[in-house]
Design a protein around this ligand. Structure first.
Ligand SMILES: CC(C)(COP(=O)(O)OP(=O)(O)OC[C@H]1O[C@@H](n2cnc3c(N)ncnc32)[C@H](O)[C@@H]1OP(=O)(O)O)[C@@H](O)C(=O)NCCC(=O)NCCSC(=O)CCC(=O)c1ccccc1C(=O)O
Length: 277
């Protein structure tokens, strides 16, 4: 499905495009298997915020540039180990950061559908990134895995707990404890991805799914996303879900009458609103 992407802004480590209600964020460090350094994460966060704020955007495609010069593909190989220091990943100002957690939270909470398009490696923090997306479409060359216990890291948040909700406790423990790699067919079989397509079809498939979603009700999808999250996200999840209830309530004649009455310093006409069963 052809789509005329327009560049939104020029970044150093990512590409950011939009077209027809879809935003596409591409991690653009193919020679590093699209590993993210603090700058990459800052740029991803800015683009995601822009997509969240744009009322024309309903779906975000998150993907990795490739293939690299050696012909290999990667969605993302996690945190850039060349800048790992004491207390985090060191940014240009020398500050240690684990700022990928901010990106995870934004993907989780934004009221838009985020789809990971995974070709090649989705490893470590790059695996967590696809896990946290609402949907994952994998290329037939996709390779998934966690590496933390092999190289001195772990993600005890969404990367393990939410992973276990997706694939089950036994499988999630296997993935983290053994640090094996899984191909696209294995990922499909364990419920880690939504669909597998030939690598040449990956973007087209993502656009097809996005366009189908864009034909659906934005408010229904907004409420569904926060409802799916609420069960798992504790008070943060309840806050998001009930924030949507408040937003919908503000849109009612009833809320408008009570708000207007307060400003007009009069008694609200409560009797006109039913106490529904
Ligand atoms: C992905 C590989 C399996 C691919 O293997 P291969 O195809 O053989 O390629 P290589 O020759 O290894 O790599 C090519 C090239 O890319 C560089 N590179 C690859 N990955 C990284 C990386 N993560 N960081 C930096 N550079 C990378 C590699 O050095 C080569 O460059 P040259 O210049 O040619 O040498 C394989 O590459 C691989 O296993 N990569 C490492 C995977 C890894 O260790 N990832 C980090 C896991 S830890 C993490 O992601 C932390 C994330 C985080 O911040 C966090 C914080 C707090 C809570 C949770 C998290 C979280 O986990 O999200």
């Amino acid at each position: 499905m052809a789509i005329a992407w327009k560049s939104v802004k020029t970044y150093t480590d990512i590409l950011y495009h939009k077209a027809g209600g879809i935003a596409r964020i591409t991690i653009n460090r193919p020679e590093k298997r699209n590993a993210f350094r603090p700058l990459t994460v800052v740029e991803m966060h800015e683009a995601l915020l822009d997509a969240r704020e744009d009322p024309k955007i309903g779906v975000v495609l998150l993907t990795g540039a490739g293939p690299a010069k050696d012909g290999k593909y990667a969605f993302c190989a996690g945190g850039d180990q060349s800048v790992r220091g004491h207390g985090g990943y060191i940014d240009d100002a020398g500050v240690p950061r684990l700022n990928i957690l901010d990106v995870q939270k934004l993907i989780r909470s934004m009221p838009k559908v985020v789809i990971a398009l995974v070709a090649g490696y989705s490893i470590g923090g790059g695996h967590v990134l696809h896990v946290i997306c609402d949907l994952t479409i994998a290329a037939d060359n996709a390779i998934f895995g966690q590496v933390g216990p092999k190289m001195g890291s772990f993600d005890g948040g969404y990367g393990s707990s939410y992973l276990a909700r997706l694939v089950g406790q036994k499988k999630a423990r296997e993935i983290w404890f053994l640090c094996r790699q899984y191909n696209a067919a294995e990922a499909m079989a364990m419920g880690l991805v939504n669909k597998v397509v030939p690598v040449a079809e990956l973007e087209n498939e993502g656009v097809t799914w996005a366009k189908e979603i864009l034909e659906r009700s934005p408010l229904a999808i907004r409420c569904l996303k926060s409802a799916f999250n609420a069960e798992l996200d504790g008070l943060t999840g309840v806050q998001e879900l009930s924030g949507n209830a408040t937003m919908l309530y503000y849109m009612t004649e009833e809320a408008k009458e009570f708000s207007t009455a307060q400003r007009e310093k009069r008694k609200p006409k409560a009797e006109q609103f039913p106490w529904l069963p």
